[in-house]
Design a protein around this ligand. Structure first.
Ligand SMILES: Nc1nc2c([nH]c(=O)n2[C@@H]2O[C@H](COP(=O)(O)OP(=O)(O)OP(=O)(O)O)[C@@H](O)[C@H]2O)c(=O)[nH]1
Ligand SMILES: [Mg+2]
Length: 325
């Protein structure tokens, strides 16, 4: 899925402790000229992306990154050719950044980045910066009150900021009724919530987006249309293989969940993909990717080291009762 001869580029999302990010304006005469960019540049032959990042940040800004961690890798086809951006967050560096090539620099709060004009390939980078490292999926429990109690208890811990409400055994009306209670609960705790349902149900509940299960993903892909959601709302999907990943990519999903990465009690018959296959699919995704299946917060570093955004889970993230089989 990744084009074979892409130009490899190493990019640094340099963050200061207040959550501001350093951006530079590209010279007018370059491809994507006049747009804002994250500092970085082409990976030289034989160089690793991390090494290239250090060299480029020195050449362009006169700084040496101290703490850099992979954020996402995205491939994008421009009319002039394909680029593969290896994106790192940089939390610490030696020196003070200055535009050594005469490029204007600006520190911008991360939440204001979507207001700047970036190259088209940067959309998944902005999405990755806006998403947390864990995605809670609610357990399939017959009692809605138990789901709401468990959700409240989980949100009170303060570590979950993204939720998928999932109740596959319920009718549309029941899902909507539960969602109408779960949405304000999540918002009170500063969390966003997607509903695993049709987009109308998600919208009627005032949710932050829709999560497409495998069946709905295939249906929308067959129509060739991304579900209509409001501005800034999220479309996510469940992916299990290269085909469903291709469908999600085609719809321009904001993020996907890949499963099962490890054995999981909720789907005992499913064959785990393993971390290597997860990493391959994550590289080809073109959007942030969560690992699902046997995941706990302890797996977050492993998921991130393999190109993931973090982990998704039911029992590994849930604080309440109701995590049945
Ligand atoms: N640095 C950087 N490049 C980006 C970003 N987004 C993006 O699509 N690119 C693409 O990555 C490619 C390489 O970037 P670059 O022009 O910075 O390369 P470089 O520093 O080695 O430039 P040079 O050839 O002048 O030495 C360009 O085609 C550019 O369009 C971004 O946010 N930052
Ligand atoms: Mg550059």
């Amino acid at each position: 899925m990744t084009a074979p001869r892409c130009l490899d580029v190493a990019i640094g999302v340099i963050l200061d402790p207040s959550g501001a990010c350093l951006v530079a304006r590209r010279p007018r005469d370059l491809p994507q000229g006049g747009r804002w960019e994250f500092p970085g540049g082409k990976v030289a032959p034989g160089e690793s992306p991390a090494r290239a990042l250090a060299r480029e940040l020195d050449e362009e800004l006169g700084i040496l990154p101290r703490r850099a961690a992979p954020l996402i890798t995205v491939a994008h086809d421009y009319p002039e050719g394909c680029v593969r951006l290896h994106v790192f967050t940089v939390h610490g560096y030696a020196g003070s950044p200055r535009g050594r090539e005469g490029q204007p620099l600006r520190w911008v709060p991360v939440q204001d980045l979507p207001g700047l004009e970036f190259p088209a390939a940067n959309r998944p980078i902005l999405r990755a910066l806006s998403l947390p490292d864990r995605y809670l999926i609610t357990p399939d429990h017959p009692d809605p009150e138990a789901v709401l109690r468990g959700l409240a208890r989980t949100l009170e811990k303060g570590t979950v900021r993204l939720v998928q409400l999932r109740a596959p055994a319920w009718t549309q009306a029941e899902v909507l009724a539960l969602a109408r209670e779960a949405v304000p609960l999540c918002h009170r705790h500063g969390a966003r919530i997607l509903v695993n349902a049709d987009p109308q149900t998600a919208a009627a509940a005032g949710a932050d987006g829709v999560h497409l299960n495998g069946v709905r993903l295939a249906q929308w892909a067959a129509k060739g249309a991304r579900p209509q959601v409001g501005d800034g709302q999220l479309v996510a999907a469940s992916v299990h293989d290269a085909d469903s990943l291709g469908q999600a990519r085609g719809l321009g999903c904001d993020f996907v969940v890949i499963s099962p990465v490890a054995p999981t009690a909720t789907h005992p018959g499913a064959r785990p993909l393993g971390w290597n296959r997860f990493a391959e699919l994550a590289r080809a995704a073109g959007c942030p990717v969560y690992a699902l299946g046997g995941m706990t917060p302890a797996h977050i570093p492993r998921a991130r080291a393999r190109g993931g955004q973090g982990v998704a889970g039911i029992r590994g993230l849930w604080q309440g009762e109701g995590v049945g089989g």
